[in-house]
Design a protein around this ligand. Structure first.
Ligand code: 5GP
Ligand code: MN
Length: 353
């Protein structure tokens, strides 16, 4: 049916941990997105179906409200809200699944608890440059979502029959959100074989799209209008766009987690733009989001200038300091990385018009 991508030994080990373990904790990255929640909840449903009744999903902070419909969401423990309870579960777990992140730092406040825990750790992820903190590492950057990897893992354990509608909905959500509803990183035929299987499990894919993408508040849509009209700076010679938002601006538009999700992608729809950056004041730091097309490496950019990383075309990082200083640093990096020198990428965009 689908090709065997994950190594057999890793499948066996993970299966053994599941079989022998009594208590399970599933952790994922800060600012949970559709793939981190989708893969975590899918694994939660699967383990429950398998017969495990001590399974917890823990995320560092709150997830956006447009995931409020996901099956199993009420079981999610937010570490920021209940740190002691969450850390006790982490300490007591026989097995800890680390999903959709490649370095402990992405767990923010719960990183030290996970690192110190004695349970067997299994990392399932699709980010580049994995850090070494788990016994079993199932890392495949060529796969477009961790949720797809959960599907593959379950199938390879011979347990496809345990995937129910809830599990399928969660897997689909992650596959959909990490590919921009199948508009990037989504040209592998097997993605659609898997989607076909999920539909056979009873999911309504169009409805899932609407639940995630058509649940905006009025103020969120107005914020987008404001950003596109007044806050998007274009560097035409450098094929680049920059968006910044201060705390005051976010407050003015009644900002809620997730409200700026997707904003950074929008400038890439402009002819000629191959690199887009979004700087947002967030607590005591500036959150940085970077996107590109072609082979312009935003993970290298964020690694060098914003203490971050991620994928070739989608990465993030952070900056401690003033927004204007973050802009200055970005412009310094832009001069160095100069997308105009990346002929392949610029020509690729030119070919579209
Ligand atoms: P976003 O811009 O949606 O927050 O993140 C895009 C991608 O960049 C995510 O897939 C995530 O893996 C990665 N990323 C975001 N923030 C960070 C960060 O602070 N450090 C690292 N290493 N990766 C990040
Ligand atoms: Mn992901």
């Amino acid at each position: 049916m689908i090709s065997k991508i994950i190594g057999e030994e890793k499948i066996q080990k993970t299966h053994k941990y599941i079989e022998k373990g009594d208590s399970f904790v599933i952790v994922s990255h800060v600012s949970p997105d559709g793939d981190s929640l989708g893969s975590s909840l899918a694994l939660y449903h699967f383990l429950t179906k398998y017969g495990k009744d001590n399974v917890s999903v823990i995320v560092p902070n709150l997830y956006p409200s447009f995931f409020n419909w996901m099956p199993g969401r009420k079981e999610i423990i937010v570490h920021e809200k209940y740190p002691e309870f969450a850390e006790q579960l982490i300490r007591d777990a026989d097995v800890i699944f680390c999903l959709d992140f490649n370095e402990p730092k992405r767990l923010e406040g719960m990183a030290s608890a996970v690192l110190a825990a004695e349970g067997r750790k299994v990392r399932i992820d699709h980010h580049l440059d994995p850090a070494d903190f788990c016994r079993v590492v199932i890392s495949h950057p060529e796969i477009s979502s961790t949720s797809e990897m959960i599907f593959r893992l379950i199938c390879r354990m011979g347990l496809f029959n345990l995937i129910d509608k809830n599990t399928a909905e969660c897997i689909y959500t992650g596959m959909m959100t990490d590919t921009g509803a199948f508009t990037y990183n989504s040209n592998k035929p097997e993605i659609y074989t898997i989607v076909g299987e999920l539909i056979k499990k009873g999911i309504e894919k169009d409805l899932i799209y609407r639940k995630v993408n058509h649940a905006y508040s009025e103020s969120r849509l107005r914020l987008m209008g404001y950003v596109l009209n007044e806050k998007m700076k274009i560097y035409p010679e450098l094929h680049t766009a920059l968006i910044t938002l201060s705390k005051e601006e976010l407050k003015r538009f009644d900002y809620r987690p997730g409200d700026t999700e997707g904003l950074v992608n929008m400038p890439l729809s402009i002819s000629g733009i191959v690199f887009s950056v979004f700087l947002r004041e967030d607590g005591d730091c500036i959150k940085v989001s970077l996107r590109s097309i072609g082979n312009f490496p935003v993970n290298e950019f964020s690694g060098k200038y914003f203490n971050g990383g991620g994928h070739l075309n989608a990465s993030g990082g952070e900056y401690y300091g003033l927004l204007e200083d973050a802009v200055a640093l970005f412009e310094k990096g832009l001069a160095e990385f100069n997308p105009d020198n990346n002929e392949e990428t610029v020509n690729h965009k030119r070919d579209l018009t």
